[in-house]
Ligand binder design. Structure first.
Ligand code: SF4
Length: 379
């Protein structure tokens, strides 16, 4: 399915210093590294795969400004190193109090990244204001290499051009940019062209989200396990030459693929001893998975292991965010790799991978089951 890797000169090193600097001190049983917060379900796009099943209007039960401010103080209670927050949606720009919340996070010393939608709300003035409010990085979604493909996924004509223009404004504002791309049967053939497009832009990281059938994503087809493995092999080859970092979302087995390739290359001849592997772009993600190093807060305050695993441990309106993460049965089970089942339970890579808990749940109803995207047969 995938073409051979294309050779690109090594370019800018990915930054995301705030996240990386904090990573070294993280113990995931104590605090997550990343807190994804769905500020709102409102969005002016109509994406075919939307996890949040976003609509134009806000949910009347969304956290109020006061409740949102209280949530930021709850994040502070994790202590140092503080988690990094990703404000997502829907479209966070649909909340009028977004800038107020960003400023409050800044006052509290919480680093924030923003995941807006590529719509007319994302103006140059908005990007500059986000920069002034201290947004540390932004992400934009590109699911096609040209307008016809991208706009078909996003459900709004002109979305591709708006996203490309927004990417230029983000670059002008010197805000590090992550581009998110959906990996499905429908997009797989276009990924090389998307990669080529990204090499002409100022991008710090390319994140490929391997579709899970939740929300409106049930209308699209997940990549089959064997094709996913070949895609990850191709991605690893790209990552060695790409002028930006490459990561996967809800496909932690990319770490197994990468580790095998690093070993095959010869750790010493490649200058990669054990510490080198762990400090590589991919190695820094070892062990992080839904509920372990990551948590998700819904628009109404529900606390889940990720946005793709629709199980809530509790709600920040009535319970302590820190306690839910550290001590709830859901989160403690997810952090205990000895409780994994099926091939993930027997796998020698489970400590660094552990499979997508969200995909296991979506396919089997067992959030500790094996990840069907992975074809690996443990010894
Ligand atoms: S079997 Fe599970 S833990 Fe092992 S590499 Fe595959 S997804 Fe990861």
């Amino acid at each position: 399915m995938m073409p051979p890797p294309r050779v690109r000169p090594r370019g800018i090193e990915p930054s995301y210093e705030a996240v990386r600097a904090a990573q070294s001190g993280y113990v995931y049983a104590r605090a997550p590294m990343l807190v994804y917060w769905e500020l709102t379900r409102a969005c002016d796009l109509a994406c075919r795969h939307c996890r949040a099943e976003a609509v134009v209007d806000r949910d009347p039960d969304e956290l109020s400004t006061d409740e949102a401010g209280a949530l930021l103080h709850q994040v502070l209670a994790f202590g140092n190193p503080l988690p990094h927050m990703v404000f997502t949606g829907g479209d966070p720009l649909k909340r009028a109090d977004l800038y107020e919340l960003l400023e409050e996070a800044g006052r509290l010393g919480i680093g924030v990244s923003l995941a807006p939608s590529g719509t007319t709300l994302l103006t140059q003035e908005a990007v500059r204001r986000l920069r002034a409010c201290g947004v540390q990085s932004m992400s934009l979604s590109l699911d096609g290499s040209a307008s016809d493909r991208h706009d078909a996924f996003r459900g709004v004509p002109g979305c591709f051009e708006m996203t490309m223009q927004a990417a230029r404004w983000v670059a002008e504002a010197e805000i590090p940019l992550q581009v998110n791309t959906l990996a499905t049967e429908e997009t797989a053939g276009d990924l090389p062209a998307i990669y080529d497009l990204l090499t002409s832009m100022r991008v710090e990281r390319w994140s490929l989200f391997f579709l899970i059938s939740v929300g409106r994503g049930t209308a699209l087809r997940e990549i089959a396990a064997g094709d996913a493995e070949r895609l990850m092999e191709w991605l690893y080859g790209l990552s060695e030459q790409a002028p930006f970092a490459i990561k996967t979302t809800e496909a932690p087995q990319f770490r197994r693929v990468a580790l095998a390739r690093m070993h095959a290359a010869g750790l010493h001849s490649a200058g990669l001893d054990g510490a080198g592997v762990h400090n590589s772009s991919i190695g820094r993600g070892f062990g992080i998975r839904d509920g372990n190093g990551i948590l998700f807060i819904s628009r109404t305050g529900g606390v889940a292991p990720s946005g793709f695993l629709p199980l809530a441990a509790g709600n920040v309106r009535t319970a302590s965010l820190v306690e839910l993460y550290r001590a709830s049965p859901l989160f403690t089970a997810l952090r205990d790799t000895s409780r994994l089942r099926g091939r993930c339970g027997r796998c020698e890579f489970k400590a660094i991978c552990g499979g997508s808990r969200a995909r296991a749940f979506a396919h089997t109803g067992d959030f500790l089951g094996e990840d069907p995207l992975c074809p690996y047969e443990p010894a």
